[in-house]
Design a binder for this molecule. Sequence first.
Ligand code: KMH
Ligand code: ZN
Length: 307
Amino acid sequence: MAQSVIISCAVTGAIHTPTMSPHLPLTPAQIVEQALEAAEAGASILHLHARDPSDGRPTADPAVFEQIVPEILARTDAIVNITTGGSTKMTIEERLAYPLQAAPEMASLNLGSMNFSIHPAARRISEWCHDWERPYVEGTEDTIFRNTFRDIRHILVELGRERGTRFEFECYDLGHLYNLAHFVDEGLVEPPFLIQSIFGILGGMGPDPENLAFIRTSADRLFGRDSYEWSILGAGRHQIPLVTMGAIMGANVRVGLEDNLFVEKGRLAQSNADQVRKIGRILTELSLDIATPAEARSRLGLEARRQ
Ligand code: KMH
Ligand code: ZN
């Protein structure tokens, strides 16, 4: 029998900017509201970033996260997953300030340094809501998203081993699976772990459907299928097609406005829950069940931590 599908929702991220959609949640109240609505719609994992409430700029300020995370924890049973990627412009110290303080149940962990660019999006926009947005978006052409082996080890030790946080391993390329395998060999990553395969980021592997099968067989070879839960993230317009394909292949899915602002061609999602409901309808049509937070915790080895 097919396993139920764990839906992750990445609520706001640090890629998109306020000009790109009026529905992108920016303030703590908006992020909390949309996260709770996404959980209500079926997301059992909420992946969270913070933004400066004054202008929507990505921030790693623990004081802003503190206005978001405790409120969500108090009002839903969904798993809270805090970014350690932050934005490509932040230092590792900035990115880790809140996760190290909060020791969340789950956090993202990016498995390699890479180009990570959205600069082509700037060509389509002539009027920006805020002064910071245009240089931020254009500047990604010349920015490296830093995640060295030492950075990854530091996060695995300080957040994982010392504080008990488990990870959403963000893999944008085949090499990132091998980097993860290195840390499995070192004894710093233990099953069951969550591999988020990311397709369609400029700088990572492309959104070609064939890549899903290639990554699946590579992960099976490196880890054994019983060691990991697989999830698919498709960037932009590739989101729903690729996560649907992944679900058919036995993967879990990630949606949310961090990864895509639209709910269908030419129509902006009004909220994160719009996308969660859409993939929920597709899964139901495919006779696939949606995992509850309890099922997700059991499959991801989170129960011990919660007790
Ligand atoms: N923005 C996604 C492509 C992170 O927060 O650590 C990957 C991500 C990174 O969610
Ligand atoms: Zn993120």
